[in-house]
Design a protein around this ligand. Structure first.
Ligand code: SF4
Ligand code: MSK
Length: 652
């Protein structure tokens, strides 16, 4: 008999909830009330935030407070740790260059390129894992996954110039997987998949010298450039950042999205629920957190296994309740309608329901401190990626070849943890909110009757003034969800359609904006259009890598009009971004011709030259630029003005 998979325990599991008594003693009911209101606008999160303060369970907001005041040199981007001659800081009037001679502009630019390349690498490495799985399915080495959307696979194969006639699914998966793997790095000088960008946009890239080549190549070159003694010119450094970001958006992220659709199904509109109220008192609750859908898809299957179901009955639970978090959650919500417990800042709070048997994580956006939070309860943190082994967690090494077996062992462990729950600590005083999600590019085209013409007509007639991609994370510098929700509400009121991904999309879901009935909050043009189509005015387009869907949608519209993306009445926004991945996303939006407004200041204020390049100078390079506006209402003004300008230029 095959031996059952057992987890490896990474270091001792933290067994005692480390209550911070000193901080706790400072808390009084008035202060708790005040903080609870200042920390979030997510009504369902508020009782849990209050609980953490009463019980001294540390959260992201506490740690942010403890980090204050922040270092003003680091905040301005003018500190450098790059080599052993430093660290260096720029402190005018005397210290205006680092030991190597780098000035403020160069130090800021190198730091920014470093962040961007990190984000591009994260998305693209995720994409590589998915493509390798497709290739493994084709080669017959990976047997736990199947091709869920063979039509999409054929479309992609044709895009890659692969003959599809007479080939089996497996043969096609092998050939397409190999062609896609080559995008990461061979002797080529452009990405095949980036050819779907409009011709005029590719022309802009060519003239600017930023056509993305191999995906790995751009990230490696970025790392080379930030090595001491290579980059010397801030502008030249940042222009490479645009190229690296394009290799992410039109490369690694696009591959992650497209191949996930092939393997797990292309999202179609479906209904589900969001917020912390999705946790069920009488069920074994398992949250699936991170970004890569490969393990979580298998957990969904394993939860239905007859042996597991028998075990569920044995422990006396009513069933297994899977809930998503962050972008793994977005993937499951879009494709499977699995309820979502929330975005980035809900990850600690879901543990405080006291009813979570396990939190299964893959990688990205996972607080390394989660095992500390979990130690206050019976919850197991189960890490699964060799790239993200978390001290204090139980670790199952995930490999596509043994995906089902691993998923089943994880689910079993969670079910067996159900009797360890303390019923007196179960606290779920909130109800979930309904959402309609699943708006892939294909689904939007389908909702419009098979062509984008009706959308273009509505934009041309002015009923819809334009569209905005709202993306990105939560950041304790912004009241949780306030930036996302305020901006989305304001834009739809102004007849601007919102398409959203990542934590922004979940924020809108929790606020009720992902329901068709939210059309009543939209303006007199957009509202009736949404009502007639039965869609919400804010469309959920997926996870962080699915920002590529927003690019592809823009490309479809631009191609239909035979213009570059920069001519469209569209914009991007990241009101609460924190992640290096968001730096890459913002950059590939701008490099693709999309004006993008950030709600959190990047670490560039130490270089007026870099600020000027990013907010003005880039217009001469890629016909788009960044703006920074922390107030979402003012951001809406900037976006509306931009959209109206673009409409005038188009003559509509
Ligand atoms: Fe200092 Fe230059 Fe080294 Fe940075 S690269 S730490 S500025 S000497
Ligand atoms: S999970 S990258 S906090 S959107 Fe994709 Fe959310 Fe940002 Fe992570």
């Amino acid at each position: 008999m095959k031996e059952e998979k057992k987890p490896q325990i990474i270091r001792e599991r933290i067994e005692v909830c480390e209550l911070d008594r000193a901080r706790l003693s400072l808390m009084n009911p008035e202060l708790i009330k005040q903080k609870r209101e200042n920390r979030t606008i997510d009504e369902a999160a508020k009782p849990f935030i209050e609980l953490t303060m009463k019980e001294g369970i540390e959260t992201v907001w506490d740690r942010h407070e403890m980090q204050q005041p922040e270092c003003k040199y680091c905040a301005a981007g003018i500190s450098c740790q790059r080599c052993a001659m430093g660290p260096c800081r720029i402190i005018p009037p005397h210290r205006v260059r680092g030991v190597c001679g780098a000035d403020a502009d160069l130090i800021v630019a190198r730091n920014l390129l470093d962040q961007l390349a990190t984000g591009a690498a994260a998305h693209s490495d995720h994409g590589r894992e998915i493509v390798l799985t497709l290739y493994g399915v084709g080669k017959g080495t990976v047997n736990d996954y199947t091709i869920s959307d063979p039509e999409k696979m054929k479309r992609l194969a044709r895009e890659y110039g692969i003959e599809t006639a007479g080939k089996s699914e497996r043969k096609l998966a092998e050939e397409l997987g190999l062609a896609m793997l080559e995008e990461f790095g061979t002797l080529k000088d452009s990405l095949r998949i980036a050819d779907r960008a409009p011709r005029a946009t590719r022309e802009v890239w060519k003239n600017a010298g930023i056509v993305p080549r191999g995906i790995d190549r751009e990230v490696v070159e970025a790392m080379h450039r930030v090595q001491m003694g290579v980059a010397a010119d801030y502008a030249n450094t940042l222009v490479h950042g645009l190229r690296a970001s394009l290799s992410d958006g039109w490369g690694g992220s696009s591959l992650a999205t497209e191949v996930s659709d092939i393997l797990f199904g292309t999202p179609r509109p479906n209904e589900s629920l969001v917020n912390l109220g999705v946790v069920k008192k009488d069920h074994v609750n398992i949250s699936l957190h991170g970004h890569n859908p490969m393990l979580s898809e298998m957990v969904v299957k394993a939860a239905k296994d007859s042996e597991i179901q028998a075990l569920v009955r044995k422990v006396g639970a009513a069933g297994i309740n899977l809930v998503g978090l962050c972008c793994t959650g977005n993937e499951l919500l879009m494709r499977k309608g699995i309820p979502n417990a929330g975005n980035h800042f809900n990850q600690e709070l879901v543990i405080t329901t006291g009813a979570l048997e396990a939190m299964v994580v893959d990688y990205q956006c996972i607080f390394p401190s989660l095992p500390r939070t979990a130690s206050c309860y019976h919850t197991y943190i189960i890490s699964t990626s060799p790239k993200s082994r978390i001290p204090g967690s139980y670790y199952f090494e995930f490999e596509p070849e043994t995906a089902y077996e691993t998923a089943k062992a994880i689910v079993k462990m969670a079910v067996e943890n159900f009797p360890n729950r303390n019923p007196d600590r179960v606290f779920i005083p909130v109800e979930p909110v309904k959402v309609t999600t699943g708006f892939s590019v294909e689904a939007i085209r389908g909702a419009l009757g098979g062509t984008f013409k009706p959308l273009i007509d509505q934009i041309a007639s002015g009923n819809i003034r334009g569209a905005v991609g709202i993306v990105g994370c939560n950041n304790p510098k912004v009241k949780h969800d306030y930036g996302h929700v305020t901006l989305s509400k304001e834009l739809i009121k102004r007849d601007i359609l919102c398409v959203e991904t990542g934590c922004a999309a979940i924020a809108s879901g929790k606020a009720g904006l992902l329901q068709p009935s939210a059309a009543s909050l939209a303006g007199p043009g957009l509202g009736p259009v949404c009502t007639s189509l039965g869609i919400p005015p804010v469309l959920h387009m997926g996870s962080c890598v699915d920002c590529s869907r927003i690019l592809h949608l823009a490309a479809e519209l631009a191609n239909a009009l035979n213009v570059g993306i920069h001519r469209l009445p569209i914009a991007g926004a990241a009101p609460e971004w924190y992640s290096q991945k968001a730096v890459s996303i913002g950059s590939y939006f701008v490099a693709s011709g999309v004006f993008t407004v950030l709600g959190v200041m990047p670490k560039i204020s130490g270089s007026p030259a870099v600020i000027s390049l990013l907010t003005e100078g880039l217009k001469g390079v890629v016909n788009a630029s960044f703006a920074v506006e922390p107030d979402p209402l003012k951001a809406a003004d900037l976006i509306s003005a931009h959209i109206e300008r673009k409409r005038t230029e188009l003559g509509i």
